[in-house]
Write a protein that binds this ligand. Structure first.
Ligand code: DQA
Length: 149
């Protein structure tokens, strides 16, 4: 069965506890479940990884090269700092959907730049946890057939 890799970066294990006024009250488990349910409607499986360590995320992205058809990623703060994560994503050449729950463009200036956005097929910001479902819908369309308009 075709698979998507779901990657969540540093501090996203604290979802539901961390700054709920910014990120809401859903937990990481809720996010993973939402992504699985959304993907399953397209006949897709999901492999999920969260880590606070950049190298673990990079290894998971490399491993996805032969096992997954696309990547949904919320790189957390690594979005704004990590050339290595960007290089891993370009290196595996899988379609990428970047998700940020908060509207990063309405926040501090250092969150306005992303090392991922210009290599992503899809970017969803400011839609809360639901943004993961939007990203999966669009990415699933891309990897399973013609995308819906
Ligand atoms: C985030 C936005 C990032 O700037 C921040 O470092 C996060 C979460 C988001 O989902 O809104 O950890 O990626």
């Amino acid at each position: 069965m075709t698979r998507l890799l779901l990657v969540n970066g540093p501090n996203l294990n604290l979802l539901g506890v961390r700054e709920p006024e910014t990120y809401g009250t859903a937990t990481l488990d809720d996010v993973v479940e939402l992504v699985r349910v959304t993907a399953s409607r397209w006949g897709l499986e999901v492999e999920a990884v969260q880590s606070n360590h950049e190298g673990v995320l990079i290894d998971a992205i490399h491993a996805a090269r032969l096992t997954c058809a696309g990547i949904v990623i919320n790189p957390g703060a690594l979005t704004h700092t990590s050339v290595a994560l960007r290089d891993a994503l370009t290196g595996v050449a899988l379609p990428v959907a970047e998700v940020h729950m908060s509207n990063v463009h309405r926040r501090e200036p250092f969150r306005h730049h992303s090392y991922v956005s210009d290599i992503a097929e899809i970017v969803v910001v400011g839609a809360g946890v639901q943004g993961y479902a939007f990203a999966v819908e669009r990415l699933a369309g891309l990897v399973t057939g013609p995308a819906t308009p």
